[in-house]
Design a binder for this molecule. Structure first.
Ligand code: MN
Length: 289
């Protein structure tokens, strides 16, 4: 076992709006290139932000995706989802949605109606996870998990818990199934608590500090809303919370294939992108009623 060192601790870049409902800091690919973080293609982070009441829910209207998966984690607030395969769901606080766009899907993402009408704090992460080329035409799939459905590991001496969204931790399997090895964990560590992690050195590995802070390997300090990128120089690292913390941990096996990204489509070649645009225009992604 060798220690994994930090490559960069990145402050949140200036926010932008996705639709009118998602006020996000883009860490991937805006700061960390998608090739560097493969299989993670995109990370938009809506840091905690108060949305005033709105009768008309804010959000993003119908749009397509193809060739990858979108993963949405709601830390505060609630998100409504409708897609062209007929799925319609609400991501509650603490819940996760893992949507496989695969061969092509249409969806819309909105603040849930009652949350919107009351207003309140909103905090969420949306990740795009690439699909290996052999799975880019897989049928669209939807996995939704409430907070209570996400397995967790209890750290000893009440230091906190590690929620396993996907992949595994200490032999416990995550809630979501994935198409390539992808570990997504929420470390909820109480002030003074510590947790250790181990992933292959070749994996793209990073942290996002959602709440509180984290002292990494007893030497580097990362504050709320900061992104920590690890080097590929070792396997293990330790997080210590100096105040109650929630830390999102991402670690995935890089997919070593060409990436051609065009808006909501991510394929391996330009010809595949042209085909995706054509298929979308010709209504092959279905419709939302
Ligand atoms: Mn979307």
């Amino acid at each position: 076992m060798t220690r994994k060192s930090t490559e960069a601790i990145i402050s949140p870049p200036l926010h932008h709006f996705v639709g009118d409902g998602f006020r996000v800091h883009n860490f991937i690919p805006g700061i960390v290139p998608m090739h560097r973080m493969s299989p993670f293609l995109m990370l938009d982070y809506n840091s905690k932000y108060y949305f005033p009441p709105s009768v008309k829910p804010r959000g993003v209207d119908v749009h397509p995706h193809k060739g990858f998966e979108t993963v949405t984690i709601a830390y505060k607030g609630r998100i409504s989802h409708h897609d062209s395969t007929g799925n319609s769901d609400v991501i509650e606080e603490g819940g996760v949605q893992w949507m496989t766009a695969g061969s092509g899907i249409l969806h819309k993402e909105y603040h849930e109606k009652e949350y919107s009408a009351k207003g309140g704090d909103f905090q969420m992460v949306q990740l795009w996870v690439n699909l290996p080329s052999r799975f880019k035409e897989t049928s669209p799939k939807y996995q939704g998990f409430a907070s209570s459905e996400i397995p967790f590991y209890e750290l000893e001496n009440n230091q906190g818990i590690i929620e396993i969204i996907s992949g595994e931790y200490e032999g416990f399997q995550g809630a979501a199934t994935t198409f390539s090895p992808t570990h997504l964990l929420n470390a909820k560590i109480v002030s003074g608590g510590k947790a250790s992690f181990s992933f292959p050195s070749s994996y793209s590995t990073a942290l996002l500090i959602i709440e509180g802070n984290a002292l990494i390997n007893n030497e580097e300090f990362a504050r709320t809303d900061h992104f920590v990128l690890f080097k590929n120089d070792g396997t293990d690292f330790e997080i210590e919370a100096k105040e109650d913390a929630i830390v999102l941990i991402l670690s995935g096996e890089p997919i070593l294939e060409p990436i051609v990204a065009h808006g909501p489509f991510v394929m391996n070649t330009s010809a595949q992108i042209e085909q995706a645009i054509l298929d979308y225009k010709n209504g092959k992604f279905g419709s939302i009623t």
